[in-house]
Design a protein around this ligand. Structure first.
Ligand code: FAD
Length: 343
């Protein structure tokens, strides 16, 4: 039985690694032989537990983050409006590209070839085709995001918001440098603005910028697990959190769920059965993740309605309990989230 996975990012490489370990032949396609997509490279600590439990290679830890600062750009000045500090580590900062490359090395066969329409691969004799092309095949609003590494280093994660603009600028501790970037709805090149804002907080940056890259990210995604007989996983399926763009954990979780469902189904399919039951089992196992994505979508829409004008007010009202649950990836109900927000 031949399986094709299109996109060797977090979800595609995780799935391919797990299927390969199970002994199934998987062809994986990507535009590049090494993972080059930029990222903020942080995730809630519980993501590492998920990775360890599934015996996946662990990413290299390059930072532990427990201090967060929220700024607002008022044009004439940047003001710190909220700080959050936790005694425990809230986020890990990781070397994401090296981690994905280590997963890719274990994949049966990585072919560097862009695939425009994964469903056409069924013409090449594949029994199952999986789309893991991330934001390049998801349905939703796409934001252009710029990312780079800079010095100086500070030991706190920074977010900067601006009234009337949906999106944010970040600076996250990453080894002895900061991983910085930014993106806003409707802005095609966020670099200049991002650098000018962060220079007001961190100091001169231009001389230290390295490895700068652009990409896109999905906000307010439509969740679609199946399209033209192709099973979607990770951000391609719309599994990304609109408030903050957390997509690594959903990509890992959905790949593990798909693998678990396939593990049971593949011997049945080998004997002539269909993938249908495996697909439904995959969809069922994603229940709580889908609830979380939908909660983020609703909160994002509310923030766009109210916060478009009043992001500063929202930031000031945001309770520490809400910030904690948001950063830890625990917002799975709109009502509970709103109660927490105003607590
Ligand atoms: C700048 C930026 C910062 C981010 N920061 C964070 C963060 O700090 N924490 C977090 O959790 N999430 C973050 N995200 C989101 C996160 O990166 C993604 O949601 C996550 O990587 C999704 O994993 P995935 O496997 O679904 O897709 P990806 O990791 O995006 O992988 C998709 C793969 O598909 C390949 N591909 C694309 N088109 C084709 C094609 N036509 N044919 C073949 N292959 C193709 C790509 O080359 C890529 O390797 C960020 C995103 C961006 C853009």
């Amino acid at each position: 039985m031949k399986i094709a996975v299109v996109g060797a990012g977090v979800a595609g490489s995780t799935l391919c690694f797990l299927l390969g370990r199970y002994g199934y032949r998987v062809d994986i396609y990507d535009i590049t032989d090494r993972y080059t997509k930029p990222c903020g490279e942080v995730f809630p600590t519980k993501t590492m537990d998920i990775i360890s439990k599934s015996k996946l290679p662990r990413p290299e830890l390059v930072g532990r983050i427990n201090s967060f600062q929220f700024y607002i750009d008022r044009g004439s000045r940047i003001e710190l409006v909220k700080s959050f500090y936790s005694k425990k580590t809230v986020w890990y900062s990781i070397n994401k590209s090296a981690w994905i490359d280590s997963l890719r090395e274990e994949c049966y066969m990585l072919q560097t070839k862009p695939i425009g329409n994964p469903s056409k691969l069924y013409n090449n004799g594949y029994s199952l085709v999986i789309d893991a092309r991330g934001p390049f095949s998801s349905i939703g609003t796409k934001i252009v995001v710029w990312r780079a590494y800079v010095k100086p280093f500070i030991d706190s994660a920074i977010f900067v918001f601006k009234n009337k603009m949906l999106g944010f600028i970040w600076a996250f501790p990453h080894g002895d440098v900061m991983n910085i970037g930014g993106g806003f709805v409707g802005i095609n090149d966020p670099k200049k603005y991002t650098v000018s804002v962060l220079e007001k907080i961190l100091g001169e940056l231009n001389m230290s910028i390295r490895d700068e890259k652009y990409s896109i990210i999905t906000v307010s995604p439509k969740i679609e697990l199946l399209r033209n007989r192709v099973v979607n996983v990770g951000e391609a399926a719309g599994l990304i959190m609109s408030l903050g763009g957390e997509g690594i954990r959903p990509a890992v979780l959905s790949a593990i769920s798909l693998y678990d469902s396939l593990e049971e189904a593949l011997p049945v399919v080998d004997r002539g059965g269909s993938f249908e039951e495996a697909f439904w089992s995959y969809a069922r196992s994603l229940g709580s993740l889908i609830r979380e994505v939908k909660t983020h979508n609703t909160l994002y829409r509310l923030a766009s309605l109210w916060g478009g004008k009043f992001i500063e007010k929202l930031l000031r009202r945001m309770s520490s309990s809400f910030i904690e649950e948001w950063l830890e990836g625990n917002l799975s109900s709109v009502v509970k989230s709103l109660k927490l927000f105003f607590k």
